[in-house]
Design a protein around this ligand. Structure first.
Ligand code: GRF
Length: 216
């Protein structure tokens, strides 16, 4: 069984995709041990409660400085004893001590085809605004392991999404979530739970044997 802890900040639609996948995939070998939010009163917490998953808030507002917030966040994650930490719309940068404590055991969903439109300042709607401003024809989403950089860790899965002529940032964000994020994040978790994912020389290898078993 792969125990996962999911970190959220807001709407929790990526969390919902994971909750739905776990419910619909009884042999998926995944258990959501805990949901941790950096914000109070967000929809993601309601989604966790509705699914009967324990949740808690670790908010920077409750700490005098960043260091003590980081310490509390890592303590909360450690308490849930995860095999894998999943950043699902989590908008706080992960402290390096946490990355070091969970090497290649933290994954993130980013709403573009990394290495395009990623890094400092590229999150949420800003990503899609930049995509439209540049006029690219294809965007998409990426699931990657988290390292000490920003959106720089080894890439696990990506899925392209066509940009439409009349797209607004909001329309494009929604389509990237529906057509890409909500599909590849649960799938990446399933592949990791199946022991199909490894990292060699900074690149992700997905075990061929398992590729057949898990629909590409
Ligand atoms: C989405 O754009 C996602 O790509 C980004 O955060 C936004 C909200 O995600 N990581 P969610 O609805 O909170 O899962």
């Amino acid at each position: 069984m792969l125990n996962i802890t999911v970190l959220v900040s807001g709407g929790g639609t990526n969390l919902q995709a994971i909750l739905d996948w776990v419910r619909e995939t009884p042999d998926g070998n995944v258990k959501i041990a805990s949901v941790i939010s950096n914000n109070y009163g967000v929809r993601a917490l309601e989604r966790a409660e509705k699914a009967g998953v324990p949740s808690r808030v670790v908010s920077p507002k409750d700490f005098d400085d960043r260091a003590s917030f980081h310490e509390a966040l890592l303590a909360a994650v450690n308490e849930s004893e995860p095999d894998l930490v999943v950043l699902a719309g989590f908008l706080v940068s992960i402290p390096s001590e946490m990355v070091r404590a969970y090497p290649n055991r933290i994954i993130n969903i980013h709403p573009s085809l990394i290495p395009a439109f990623c890094g400092k300042g590229y999150y949420g709607l800003r990503v899609h605004e930049a995509v439209l401003a540049r006029g690219v024809r294809v965007t998409g989403a990426t699931v990657h392991f988290v390292d000490e950089g920003t959106d720089t860790g080894p890439i696990i899965l990506q899925k392209p999404v066509a940009v439409a002529q009349d797209d607004t940032p909001e329309k494009l964000q929604r389509r990237v979530m529906e057509e890409a994020e909500w599909e590849i994040l649960p799938r990446a978790i399933g592949l990791i739970a199946a022991g199909a994912v490894s990292v060699r020389d900074g690149r992700v290898w997905i075990d061929g044997a398992n590729r057949e078993r898990i629909k590409e």
